[in-house]
Design a protein around this ligand. Structure first.
Ligand SMILES: *Cc1c(COP(=O)(O)O)cnc(C)c1O
Length: 360
């Protein structure tokens, strides 16, 4: 038997979450964000499962080519556009839509001799101050892009990204919306909402919404915001106990001997560690499920293993099932206790962890 660790991906959960996005934004088209290998879930199988999406978004040509080579034919947007003029040719060959967030990218397009239709999204900075042309440059940028599209054919759309959508009552959201609405729209299709805005702000849904994290079943909101819909976890990060030892009171566990048994007790060793993407900074007491019941983490997480306190389950034995996060243990809870967010935990599930797909 191989090392017992895997990320089991429930394809029907992805579809369920997409249908919730549809219900929440019934008048918008959906661009499913599958960058970073679909947040660690596997871009190609996720794209195949989400064939009801109207388009997909990725971060780079490499990510896009994997999808095209696997036969994914949906419209596909490069969220950051191209990183150099020579990437424009690949983008054209593979029929990719490109974001334009900075003037150089417009110059590259103007200098290029490519004549195929150009599908471009002008990304405007409305207050996040990450990527995007300044709002007061949008009209000029649109003039320049319109000339290109007159020559080549194609389309122009407008997009922006929100800094604080995970906290719906943060005033920055309305401020960004006001800047976005004041842009010269020229009848173009527009897109502003990520998962959090899609679920909390119907007035931000416009023509296209761009959900990412909600499709994978994790809440896009800050920990204190109530869930408006019932998302289903798509990833079950699973392992097994590979040994169980009775330990004596006072014996220490693992690297640094940081944790000592307060009483005689059974300690389980799980075949998952930070080399698999389990967060090393997870503190003692972090919930881990053994046979569906909580067995708190103890000691430091190693590269290939972690330890659990089995006092609640004295009958647990090697081979028993472990869930690190998933349908029975919300990833958000694990992330919060590890001082991070679900996005980072998903993206961190390492390549050595096999992805298995169910309910396809
Ligand atoms: C990653 C990303 C999204 C998706 O955000 P979620 O919070 O995962 O829904 C949407 N738009 C852009 C521009 C992004 O970079």
């Amino acid at each position: 038997m191989t090392r017992p660790v895997r990320a089991c991906i429930d394809l029907s959960a992805l579809q369920h979450n997409l249908s919730l996005a549809r219900q929440a934004a019934p008048d918008s088209r959906i661009m499913a964000v599958i960058k970073a290998n679909a947040y660690g879930h596997g871009a190609v199988p996720v794209a195949r499962a989400l064939k009801q999406a109207d388009a997909f978004a990725v971060a780079s040509i490499d990510e896009a080519l994997l999808l095209r080579e696997a036969g994914v034919q949906r419209p596909l947007l490069l969220l950051q556009g191209v990183f150099s003029a020579d990437e424009l040719e690949a983008a054209a060959n593979y029929d990719l839509q490109v974001a334009v967030h900075v003037r150089e990218q417009i110059e590259w397009l103007e200098q290029s001799r490519i004549s195929t239709p150009l599908h471009v999204w002008l990304k405007v900075d409305t207050g996040m101050h990450r990527l995007g042309v300044p709002a007061d440059y949008a009209a000029t940028a649109l003039d320049r892009l319109e000339k290109l599209v007159e020559r080549r054919g194609g389309s122009i759309r407008l997009m922006s990204h929100l800094a604080c959508a995970d906290i719906p009552d943060n005033p920055a959201n309305d401020a960004q919306l006001a800047v976005f609405q004041a842009l010269p729209a020229r009848g173009l299709e527009r897109s502003l909402a990520n998962s959090a805005a899609l679920l909390s702000r119907p007035d931000m849904c416009f023509d296209w919404v761009r959900p990412g994290i909600m499709l994978y079943g994790a809440s896009p909101f800050d920990v204190d915001v109530a869930q408006p819909v019932k998302l289903q976890a798509a990833m079950n990060f699973e392992s097994q106990l590979i040994t169980v030892h009775p330990r004596k009171q006072g014996e220490s566990i693992g690297y640094g001997q940081t944790w000592k048994c307060p009483v005689d007790m059974p300690i389980g060793v799980v075949a998952t560690g930070y080399g698999d993407g389990y967060p090393r900074q997870a503190p003692a007491g972090m919930p881990v499920l053994v046979n569906g019941k909580i067995a708190p983490l103890v000691g430091r997480v190693s590269m290939d293993t972690l330890y659990v306190d089995l006092r609640n389950q004295p009958g647990a034995v090697s081979g028993d099932s472990v869930q690190l996060w998933g349908s029975c243990l919300p990833v958000e809870a694990v992330a919060a206790r590890a001082g991070t967010i679900s996005y980072e935990l998903f993206c961190g599930v390492s390549p050595r962890v096999p992805r298995e797909y169910v309910n396809g």
